[in-house]
Design a protein around this ligand. Structure first.
Ligand code: B12
Ligand code: SF4
Length: 493
């Protein structure tokens, strides 16, 4: 069977050619293992339009991914494909997983897959494949025939049948055995068109950077986090299985750096210790790697960080979020400021670079609490401080709080990005003016301190990548014009 997987265009004022879409890379691998021929269409790096690609390839099944700011583009893409042929279209990813009915209700979407996708995707491929064998003239419309019941046995899906009824099947259980999954199919991507997610080396263009997922899920439930896709149950790949993929990335694909995208990689400390030992013993520790997402500060002991550093870890991120103890407690992060301080000290002592993620404008914030966040960021002084403005994503506790007690400042899903310098909600005394002012101040006060300016100017990295750095800084601080152009470009599918 011929399957086409689509990543709709991002509408972000930043460079999004950072890494191939790992979710689609897993689905492609699963499909290939089934014997399917796969076309991966990542609109961010393609030169031709999706309709041309689709006409050329002639897919029997199309899968489209969508997070919240991408979902309208995903619908537009589905409409464009449907206007050529009634091929079955499946939507998956963070946004349809939280609001499945919204997408299932749309005529251009045949079925929504909720949550982790590999096993459900496989079930759908089997259904469509069998239907095509039975009837080569099969069209997507037959999937909606309530009497045919083609989807009856499939868990984790939501779809609408011809009679207008929405079928919301029970959740599919999490993938039980992660080692059993194939590795992401990077060969279906145009790898030379990507840059890197979190530059570990001095090169950005042609950095030969790969991402990896060594565990899935997160047992925590922070109130702002859109943790909708991966189940709460934390599951990990064995160190040996991770090592084998690592070797493949380095020795077969020439990886010069590896970004680990796990939500919380260090839940099981022994696993990371063992993985580090294996990387060292197998001489794979010369390739720098980075924890792109935050690891838990409460589980970042000096011993663990030192061992990982020896194994090639160059930089790690920590989700700090706030410098105010009460706000920290209110977001259910289950960590305190001293533990975070200790984790940064541990990282510094063993020679690791750090990234700090901070949020400006959490519910209940005042000028003073945001001030504490800025001061805490300056005190921790990570190599990179990333200040995001609180964006309430559907499915989060904060979203429900704003729905009940505040108001959203977004027109539609397209606006659910936080790089645009615009507050996304107001609640109580927390006004947009205050949040936007403190957010700008945070960047200015953190990066324009004399020692930071000197540090930036002294880094080789900065001079090699200055064009990209300035472009991103400019687009972040002056996004409006950019946004209009982007919007026009994006809406032409
Ligand atoms: C890497 C990453 C990025 C990269 C993306 C690069 C790329 N090309 O993929 C960058 C840095 C560009 C990025 C940007 C943003 N991101 Co981001 N990102 C991530 C991160 C850390 C990892 C994604 C990943 O690889 N996951 C692992 C893979 C295996 O999972 P997956 O992609 O979800 O795919 C699985 C399922 O979702 C499902 N599935 C997905 N698609 C499909 C399609 C079909 C057909 C099927 C059947 C199944 C299916 O099956 C897959 C396999 O199990 C996640 C956090 C996370 N743990 O997922 C956040 C995350 C996806 N990002 C998030 C957000 C908020 C953003 C931004 C909006 C932030 C911003 N700056 O404004 C932007 C959005 C950009 C845009 N316009 O769309 C949220 C999404 C929330 C939401 N409701 O949409 C997440 C979940 C983080 C969080 N916990 O809040 N991000
Ligand atoms: S912010 Fe991190 S620790 Fe908190 S729920 Fe999200 S992934 Fe888990």
């Amino acid at each position: 069977m011929r399957v086409m997987l689509v990543n709709p265009r991002f509408r972000l004022p930043i460079d999004t050619r950072t890494t191939p879409h790992l979710g689609l890379a897993y689905l492609a691998a699963i499909s290939e293992r089934r014997g399917d021929q796969v076309l991966l269409f990542d609109a961010d790096v393609e030169e031709e339009g999706v309709v041309d690609a689709m006409r050329r390839f002639g897919p029997d099944l199309v899968g489209i991914t969508a997070n919240t700011p991408q979902v309208k583009q995903a619908w537009r893409t589905a409409q464009a494909i449907k206007s050529v042929k009634d091929v079955p279209i499946v939507l998956g990813g963070p946004h349809p997983s939280v609001l499945p009915i919204e997408s299932a209700d749309r005529p251009e979407v045949d079925v929504v897959v909720r949550g982790e996708g590999e096993e459900v995707w496989l079930d759908i491929c089997d259904v469509v494949d069998r239907a095509l064998v039975a009837d080569p003239g099969f069209t997507a419309q037959q999937l909606h025939d309530p009497h045919a019941g083609l989807f009856d046995h499939i868990l984790g899906i939501t779809f609408k049948s011809e009679d207008g009824e929405i079928h919301h099947h029970a959740d599919h259980p999490p993938v039980a055995h992660l080692d059993g999954l194939p590795w992401p199919a990077y060969h279906v991507f145009k790898m030379d068109r990507y840059t890197n997610l979190q530059p570990a080396t001095d090169t950005v263009e042609g950095a030969s950077s790969f991402s990896m997922l060594t565990s899935r899920g997160c047992p925590y439930r922070c109130t702002y986090c859109s943790q909708s896709i991966m189940p709460q149950k934390w599951r990990a790949r064995s160190p040996e299985n991770v090592l084998a993929e690592w070797r493949h990335l380095v020795e077969d694909l020439g990886a010069q750096e590896i970004g680990i995208l796990d939500d919380t990689a260090n839940i099981n400390v022994k696993r990371l210790m063992d993985l580090s030992d294996l990387l060292i013993a197998n001489n794979l520790n010369h390739v720098p790697w980075i924890f792109v997402n935050g690891i838990r500060a409460n589980l970042a002991s000096r011993d663990l960080l030192a061992r990982m550093k020896e194994a090639g870890l160059k930089r790690t991120a920590f989700g700090v979020e706030t410098g105010d103890p009460d706000i920290l407690e209110s977001i259910n992060k289950r960590v305190d400021l001293d533990t975070i301080r200790q984790a940064f000290n541990n990282a510094r002592e063993v020679g690791l670079e750090t990234i700090g993620f901070f949020i400006i404008g959490l519910p209940g914030e005042t000028e003073e609490t945001m001030e504490r966040t800025i001061r805490f960021a300056c005190e921790l002084d990570p190599l990179i401080a990333n200040f995001s403005m609180m964006t309430p994503y559907p499915g989060t506790v904060v979203y429900e709080m704003v729905k009940q007690n505040g108001h959203f400042l977004m027109e539609d899903w397209d606006d659910y990005v936080f790089f645009e310098g615009k507050a996304r909600y107001e609640m109580g005394d927390l006004t947009a003016e205050l949040v936007e002012r403190k957010w700008r101040e945070a960047y200015r006060r953190f990066y324009l301190r004399p020692h930071r300016i000197m540090r930036t100017l002294a880094s080789k990295d900065f001079w090699i990548n200055w064009r990209r750095t300035f472009r991103m800084a400019f687009r972040t601080l002056f996004p409006r014009e950019e946004k209009t152009d982007l919007k026009k470009a994006v809406e032409t599918v």
